[in-house]
Write a protein that binds this ligand. Structure first.
Ligand code: ATP
Length: 337
């Protein structure tokens, strides 16, 4: 559905040359929600802006729904963009127009008849739950409501693809949740493929099927979200995941416990989160389990949990307990906190 093949982008000015994208290749499948995560300056905004040619790549090819975007005439590009909705961190609403007109004006510009405009505005305002705000102005809305209007405006063109440029970054946690739920809903109900960029792992965790991690203009890791969570390879990816699992264990506690058995980090994927593995360990082996920290997060399709525990007992017993945990599908890592 969205394919980037060896895309590069270099910004050249008198003073400097910046490589914002360096040989980036990703393939977003039809109907999926695909996240691109990275720290500031990684190249995320440049990447997403290249998809609809707001930014022209210096090299490589971009194909959206079978249309090669690179090299289109401006007329053809305008046509192709009708199929690609976009939402932004700053909402980009017209301040002097009502909610209704914010959605209707761009439709008018594409030559859609008045009756159909009316139908679409009402339909998509209902989808985002803002039927009652049609006559309000953006200044009378909360941040979450403004983003809903922007989403309704994007949907009103009935695109196959929605690009989301840090759409929840300016919102509080509760409003973020509601916008993420709305994105999930429109992905499911309308089958819209979503490509989003974010610097928050929580966004990837909640709604993405697959994710690419970017650093210095390159994709350094890519795959299904569950695989990235359970088998992260790079330090950057691990840092993003760790942000969801704070392990603030006082060093005095760790030092005193280390003498009496190993401290281990357990990662539970999918079904194994439901198993009372720890309770079993205490029953089967002569060990005490002491939970030092723990959290389970719900990925889009399955739960993923992490726990740091202390295993107290004789060496043979704690070793056998570790082997048992691995056998029942729990990932075990010895930690030096
Ligand atoms: N128009 C431009 N002119 C020159 N350099 C640019 C331009 N746009 C982006 N860059 C540079 O390209 C690199 C990637 O920027 P980009 O905005 O794509 O990163 P990002 O991951 O989206 O970061 P942020 O989250 O801070 O926006 C940065 O070094 C940035 O300074």
């Amino acid at each position: 559905m969205i394919e980037l093949k060896n895309v590069s982008k270099t910004f050249v000015s008198k003073k400097s040359t910046v490589t914002a994208l360096d040989d980036v290749s990703i393939h977003v499948q039809k109907g999926e929600i695909y996240g691109v995560i990275g720290y500031s300056g990684a190249g995320k905004s440049t990447l997403i802006r290249c998809v609809n040619m707001l930014e022209k790549p210096s090299g490589g090819e971009i194909i959206v729904n079978g249309v090669t975007m690179t090299g289109l005439s401006s007329n053809k590009l305008r046509e192709a963009r009708q199929n690609i909705g976009m939402i932004f961190q700053g909402f980009n609403l017209l301040k002097t127009a009502t909610v209704y007109d914010n959605i209707a004006i761009p439709l008018k510009l594409t030559g859609i008849p008045k009756a159909e405009i009316d139908e679409r505005v009402n339909k998509y305002l209902a989808v985002v739950g803002l039927e009652a705000k049609a006559d309000s102005y953006p200044s009378q809305l909360s941040g979450g409501q403004k983003q809903r209007v922007a989403i309704a405006r994007a949907l009103s063109h009935e695109p196959d693809v929605l690009l989301s440029d840090e759409a929840t970054s300016a919102l509080d946690p509760e409003t973020t949740e509601s916008i993420l739920s709305l994105l999930l809903k429109i992905n499911k109900e309308f089958g819209i493929t979503i490509l989003l960029i974010t610097h928050e792992m929580h966004v990837v965790q909640k709604i993405c099927d697959r994710v690419a991690v970017m650093e210095n203009g390159k994709v350094i890791e890519e795959g299904k979200v569950i695989d990235i969570f359970s088998q992260a390879k790079t330090d950057t990816t691990k840092k993003f995941i760790n942000s969801l699992f704070p392990e603030d264990i006082p060093s005095e506690v760790i030092n005193s416990l280390k003498e009496q058995g190993p401290i281990i980090r357990l990662s539970f994927v999918g079904q194994s989160t439901g198993k009372p593995a720890l309770a079993e360990v205490s029953k089967k082996f002569n060990v005490y389990t002491n939970i030092l920290s723990g959290n389970i997060v719900q990925l889009k399709n399955e739960p993923y949990g992490r726990m740091v525990i202390h295993l107290e007992g004789a060496n043979e017993e704690t070793e056998a307990a570790v082997r048992y945990l691995e056998e029942v599908g729990v990932q075990v890592e010895r930690v030096n906190l």
